[in-house]
Write a protein that binds this ligand. Structure first.
Ligand code: NZQ
Ligand code: ZN
Length: 385
């Protein structure tokens, strides 16, 4: 295993009623908070009222940045940065899913940067300071609540880019699984696909590491065992809790430490979201099996065989490639069983932007097993049509 430094200082308050911890957590960082949220789900399920009440009891003044869109836009970040500067905000408090948290992270960094916040997306090294971020998570999916990444879209340039900096990692996150009872079946399924993709992006590596890969398999098992259950029993606390905790662990650095990890499918999917505003998890569910078939070869087959046998319980046939292919087919069927689309054409996507999308993806992706060229990526898009 290679040397590494593991430092994940986000404090997690996990479980029912943990939102009460905001009363002790928020005053640590000042007196004025910017509450960031999306299209209003937190108003319908009571989270908004709870945050308002607890902030008041803690003597925290709340200002608001509502209306963060799924696939958050840089223009919304600008609104938040402007509010922080004008009002002298001390901390940022996102309540929502990955989109809301990512937007809040970049607002937190943008508020401490004199230039254009989009530069912080393009050049993460420019982030030298950020306001503290304290999250209330409402969807199990991206792991943004415990990682140092913010993924932001720019409609003008048709780009969607993940910026990374340790200063973006939340100081604390409230994870109450019961908050996810109200997530729609579609968003729940997309979230499960995203979590699985995060685990698999680390799992498929030229240098697999035993412990990290056993962790990844545990995360995949939790998703496979609970994915369908969540659709049938949306109020199943244990299932929601397991999937929520799996989401955080899939991307909180644990899986990628100590061995070579090159994410492949994410940069390819982000182009779909940038041009077509695709739901991230659904895009991953469509692309992943086709990426797998594209990179399946002598070098990678062992890892694909392990996935098939350990996760999908495929009986090893003696023909490693057949076993691997059966595993890939199981994954495809699993995503379909969650109600996710399996073809890009079902999302109204055709070939017209493949060239430029593949060029942008190729500039970002190295690939788990070998360098993926623009032509490889165009082929993956075509296979997914
Ligand atoms: O906007 P509201 O009204 O809150 O509704 C949201 C939104 O429509 C709804 N929702 C959230 N919590 C709910 C709820 N509805 C009912 N009850 C609740 N408790 O769900 C919808 C989707 O929310 P969103 O935040 O977009 O979902 P998700 O958490 O999947 O985030 C996706 C974004 O994160 C990025 C994706 O690319 C995408 O932009 N990612 C961020 C990563 C990171 N920071 O590390 C890594 C990921 O790979 C990913 O790229
Ligand atoms: Zn993802």
């Amino acid at each position: 295993m290679e040397n590494f430094i593991y430092h994940v200082p986000t404090k997690i308050y996990f479980g029912k009623g943990q939102i009460a911890s905001l009363k002790e957590e928020l005053p640590r960082y000042g007196k004025k908070a910017l509450l960031v949220y999306g299209g209003g789900s937190i108003k319908r399920n009571g989270i908004y009222d709870a945050i308002r009440r607890l902030s008041e009891e803690a003597g925290i003044e709340l200002l608001e940045l509502p209306g963060v869109e799924a696939n958050p836009r840089i223009t919304t970040v600008y609104r938040g940065v402007e509010l922080c500067r004008r009002e002298g905000i001390d901390m940022v408090l996102p309540a929502g899913g990955g989109s809301v948290i990512d937007c809040a992270k970049l607002v937190a960094a943008g508020a401490c940067y004199e230039g254009d916040a989009w530069e912080l997306v393009k050049h993460p090294g420019l982030i030298e300071k950020a306001l503290p971020v304290i999250c209330v998570l409402t969807v199990a999916a991206t792991g943004s609540e415990m990682d140092h990444i913010a993924v932001i879209s720019n409609d003008e340039t048709q780009e969607k880019i993940g910026t990374r900096n340790p200063l973006l990692r939340p100081k604390a996150s409230i994870l109450d699984p019961s908050y996810t009872f109200s997530v729609s079946p579609y968003q729940t399924a997309a979230g499960v696909a995203d979590i699985m993709s995060h685990a698999m992006e680390s799992y498929f590596s030229r240098e697999p590491a035993d412990l990290q890969n056993y962790f990844a398999e545990a995360i995949l098992r939790v998703c496979v065992e609970n994915g369908k259950r969540l659709l049938d029993e949306p109020d199943n606390y244990e299932a929601r809790a397991n999937v929520m905790w799996a989401a955080s662990w899939a991307i909180n650095d644990t899986l990628k430490m100590g061995h070579m990890v090159q994410w492949s499918v994410h940069p390819i999917e982000h182009q779909l979201s940038a041009v077509y505003d695709v739901t991230h998890g659904e895009g991953l569910a469509i692309l992943t099996p086709h990426w797998m078939r594209r990179v399946l070869d002598e070098e990678s087959v062992g890892q694909f065989e392990e996935l098939a046998v350990h996760i999908w319980k495929v009986k090893p046939s003696g023909d490693r490639f057949r076993t691997a292919q059966e595993g890939i087919a199981c994954l495809e069927r699993f995503f379909e069983g969650l109600g996710l689309k399996s073809r890009l054409s079902q999302l109204g996507i055709d070939e017209s932007h493949f060239e430029e999308m593949a060029a942008k993806a190729a500039a970002q992706v190295k690939g788990a097993y070998r360098e993926l060229t623009k032509e490889d990526i165009i082929q993956i898009y075509r296979d997914s049509l």
